[in-house]
Ligand binder design. Structure first.
Ligand code: XUL
Length: 533
């Protein structure tokens, strides 16, 4: 041991559960301070390692694509298995732990759950003991989009999309917990009447770890359409708009750094954790990732280039998207954070690559062969329905002479990438926080040409960083009492790009044209953006 202490971050993800043991130095605030490293990692893949639950990609299969459900005891079996994989030797020195949960998912417990959680036996499985406490067998998760009717009802009661976003940080979204609770109370009133506690994924697993119903932290709580984003209290108006008697069923919200208890005796005798291990409130995977990637102050942002592209960062103060497409959550240091998600990320880049029969090196060569600004050719890259801005029917708009023709293959490659970053710049203006440093993660973040376009369009240095298990790492750092990640963060640095003044000036001039094209496309689209009435 080298003087650091050991903290455990547990990420209850969509497809797997990851437990990460991290050695963290004892003091805070020192610039040389850094997480020493990942000491051990255990991962449990639900579909393959817990096959009895029959999940596909971590959720129950079914005919209706709008339904996304999970048997919550699967996460608990995953927890026990992860501890077993880590082994008692690794667990022995854990000083603290915290959970990162996929956001928005909810678990419903009946009266008596608190007493039963306090008495969980070490020799019996968690599933056996917790299953009888559930008032709803299945937990809806973030992939569930069955609550459009409930979204409309709550939004209407709260005074429209902008008013809802202003109160709770986001307009109502199908996956958010409030609309999910409302649907449950409407479709199964008896089971709702039997429900004494509504937990989030993070607070449910934390409740089991501590042996009593855990509070919901401001970070995960802000993904519910229930938390007053400024006062950081459950909003009476939002609770009333959601379901009768909800106020009695929600544990109080708490700051993300709250120590909510110590590890329950079951985990001490079964897995060898020390009884002194403290448990910090669980939080959402996005707030945890922000810490795991090393974002420290307003202006620093993360660009996650995956299947979809996500842009999130700390805000100076609460700002609300007037088009109500974005979200404001609370970050682990108590600052507001913004998050916007573009569905047409890698998906759109791949669509262009495949359309013109290219491979990735060919796509990169096309970016190198074409000039910044593409001589005025431009694309609104909505190959799939888009989240930001909300576009229900996919449609790719080619402008300024751009055509969907093989001789313009290279032009199309540049246009899709430029269109994505112009959209990101335009649709993040509401955040009122100009980025000063952007950390790019995910598969496409290793692509130099793409990073250069991002830096030129966004007018900011973009650094690529490969952080695996960022959410679990963030949870471990939170367990250690770190509200920000000590720099440099754990991760493999990759290429970086500085904005080039000439190219940046071209994009500054292009942005109003892109904005106008988006405005026209939205007014033509069947589903215009939802604004307050
Ligand atoms: C965020 C969201 C997902 C989940 C699962 O709003 O729905 O990122 O947190 O990762």
């Amino acid at each position: 041991m080298s003087g650091g202490a050991f903290y455990l971050g547990i990420d209850v993800g969509t497809q797997s559960l990851t437990a990460l043991l991290v050695e963290v130095p004892p003091t805070d605030g020192d610039s040389d301070d850094r997480a020493k490293g990942i000491v051990a990692r255990a991962r449990v893949h639900y579909d393959t390692e817990l096959p009895a639950y029959g999940t596909v990609n971590g959720q129950l299969p079914g005919d209706d694509p709008a339904i996304g459900r999970v048997p919550p005891c699967m996460w608990l079996d995953g927890l026990d298995l992860a501890f077993e994989k880590l082994g008692a030797e690794a667990c022995r020195d854990v000083r603290g732990l915290s959970v990162s949960g996929q956001q928005h998912g909810s678990v419903y417990l009946a009266a008596g759950a608190n007493r039963a959680l306090a008495a969980l036996a070490p020799h019996r499985s968690l599933a056996q003991q917790v299953e009888p406490l559930l008032s709803r067998a299945e937990a809806p998760i973030w992939t569930d989009s069955s609550t459009t009717r409930e979204c409309a009802a709550i939004r209407h009661t709260l005074g429209g999309a902008a008013a809802t976003a202003d109160l709770t940080g986001s307009d109502t979204f199908e996956r958010f917990t409030g609309p999910q609770i409302r649907r449950f109370a409407r479709t199964d009133p008896e089971a709702w009447a039997d429900t004494a506690h509504v937990c989030l994924v993070s607070s449910f697993v934390t409740s089991v770890l501590t042996g009593r119903i855990a509070p919901i932290d401001h970070g995960d709580g802000s993904g519910m359409n229930l938390l007053d984003i400024r006062r950081l209290e459950w909003s009476e108006a939002a609770m009333t708009a959601t379901a009768e008697g909800l106020d009695r069923r929600l544990a109080p919200p708490c700051p993300p750094w709250t120590v909510v208890g110590h590890i329950a005796p079951r985990f001490v005798s079964r897995h060898g954790l020390p009884a002194s291990a403290r448990v910090v409130a669980g939080s959402g995977d996005n707030p945890c990732s922000l810490v795991g990637v090393g974002v420290r102050e307003p202006g620093e942002a993360v660009l996650s280039l995956g299947t979809s592209d996500t842009y999130f960062g700390l805000l100076k103060e609460v700002a609300v998207d007037p088009d109500a497409n974005g979200h404001v959550f609370i970050a682990p240091n108590g600052h507001p954070m913004s998050l916007i998600c573009f569905r047409n990320g890698s998906l759109a880049r791949e669509a262009v690559r495949d359309r013109f029969g290219l491979d990735w090196p060919g796509f990169d060569a096309a970016l190198r062969a074409t000039p910044p600004g593409n001589d005025g050719m431009m694309m609104l890259p909505w190959f799939e329905p888009e989240i930001v801005p909300r576009i229900a029917t996919p449609h790719v708009h080619r402008l300024g002479g751009l055509r969907d023709e093989p001789e313009q293959a290279a032009r199309n490659c540049r246009a899709v990438v430029e269109g994505q970053f112009l959209s990101m710049r335009l649709n993040s203006e509401w955040m009122a926080t100009r980025p000063t440093r952007i950390v790019a993660t995910g598969g496409a973040s290793r692509n130099r040409e793409l990073l250069q376009i991002a830096a030129d369009v966004l007018g900011c240095r973009v650094e690529s960083l490969e952080v695996s298990d960022g959410a679990a790492l963030g949870a471990a750092l939170r367990a250690a009492g770190r509200r920000i990640c000590p720099l440099p963060p754990i991760g493999e640095p990759g290429p970086s790009a500085e904005p080039r003044p000439e190219a940046a000036a071209i994009y500054d001039a292009m942005l109003p044209r892109y904005a106008e094209a988006q405005r026209q496309a939205l007014s033509r689209a069947t589903q215009a953006p939802r604004r307050a009435p």
